[in-house]
Design a protein around this ligand. Structure first.
Ligand SMILES: [Zn+2]
Length: 165
């Protein structure tokens, strides 16, 4: 049972043309897990998902499979896409921030416990991708920076051609 949720860990799927059913398929059939490892997935701009749509993965009460050593006390949230070569869409960021606000409140999780996968000790991969600025995400969750500032930052800094909203 995932009954003591203290962390929220953010991931990306590392594939731009990806969709939740395919992630679930890979986790179940290639890795042999019961279900998709993440509790939530957030769609991107590509044709296979709805941009910014929140897809429910594994139920929150079930322990996820996404972050070694943290699975039994965290929620796993995954952005669809490869955020190492594409910036997250504005809608993805909006959905992510509102989900994080809701869940930190619901489970009384301190904002410092919202972590990118690579921020965990001994994780060498770049997940959730170089273009997801976790510091700004945390600041947007607390309201230290405006959501609009986060969105503008993401567009200016990274791949402007992909920011059409
Ligand atoms: Zn990850």
């Amino acid at each position: 049972m995932n009954n003591h949720i203290m962390y929220i860990i953010i991931h990306h799927t590392e594939r731009n043309n990806d969709f939740p059913a395919f992630v679930r398929f890979r986790h179940r059939h290639l890795r042999g897990w019961d279900d998709v490892g993440y509790h939530y997935l957030i769609g991107n701009k590509r044709p296979f998902t709805k941009d910014g749509h929140l897809y429910v993965g594994r139920q929150e009460k079930c322990v996820g499979a996404h972050a070694l050593g943290y699975n039994n006390r965290s929620l796993g949230v995954c952005l669809i896409g490869n955020i190492s070569n594409t910036n997250p869409s504005s809608k993805q960021l909006q959905t992510l921030v509102s989900l994080l606000r809701e869940k930190t409140k619901q489970y009384q999780i301190p904002v410092q416990h919202i972590l990118g996968h690579c921020e965990l000790p001994n994780v060498e991969k770049s997940c959730p991708g170089d273009y997801l600025d976790m510091v700004s995400i945390r600041q947007a969750v607390t309201g230290q920076i405006e959501l609009s500032a986060l969105l503008a930052m993401s567009c200016d800094k990274f791949v402007p051609s992909l920011c059409t909203e």
